[in-house]
Design a protein around this ligand. Sequence first.
Ligand code: HMN
Length: 290
Amino acid sequence: MKGIMTALITPFNEDGTLNDKGLREVVRHNIDVMGVDGLYIGGSTGESFLMDEAMRSELLKIVKEEAGDAVTLIAQIGSLNIEEAIRLGNEAKELGYDALSAITPYYYKFSFEEIKSYYERITEETNHPMVVYSIPVLTGTQMTIDDYGELLAIPNVVGVKYSDTNLSRLTKLKELYPDKVFYGGADDMLLQFIISGADGAIGSTYSLLGKQAKALFDALQNSELKEAKNLQLEMNQVIAKMESIGVYQTLKHVLKEQGVDAGFMKFPFKELTDDEKRQASEIVDILASG
Ligand code: HMN
């Protein structure tokens, strides 16, 4: 469960249906070319909040079929609809996913007690390892150290995908819960996350920067701080460009230029304009020269 995991994009056909062949290519690319330790399926990067349940279920099936047991697989099954989350969680468990993950319930301003009961119900009814997915920048839900502690005390909650930038809180959490697993979620701060106590990271850009991220992770395990810092700076050149154009769209464009059928975005996401495509293509050159 440790190391570098790619938050997988989902390739769609132009009509919004799943691109089965493209999805398999993206999975293969991450395992065979990037050499990442795991895949996080159906997260923000995977556009799963734009999919219906049947499509999310199909996504989980295809990825497992293609990846087999080669790497750790975490299925993001969170949904505002608790029954849907439980059904998807049980499917992922039956398919052989190593763990589930669920976004904190969003849109409504749920109380912490409500958020906690959501995790209690999913874990009780699926009885499978669960990684809490905390991403305050998108959900608005910010939790305290005590809140995290209460969630980590729920049976089967094994860790947190910590897509927050409060790193002193992360350091404290890892000190208090050394046996739980914490994943960093801002790829331009991988170095800082690992130094602050994260056991690994889950990020979208590792479909392109997986090798550098793995090298950075390994450098830190060997206390090679200077090497790690240089790798982060190199990665950040690409990440900053992606962020200025649109991370998910750029990922798909660059992968396609590299020969991986990353497909189209799901409505209402827009495709890149010609000018944005030109800017995104510069990333292909940067990666090729590195
Ligand atoms: C997911 O749920 O798909 C990801 O794990 C989310 C991940 O933390 C990414 N965050 C967002 O997309 C909001 C990052 O990898 C992010 O794309 C990267 O740091 C570039 O900004």
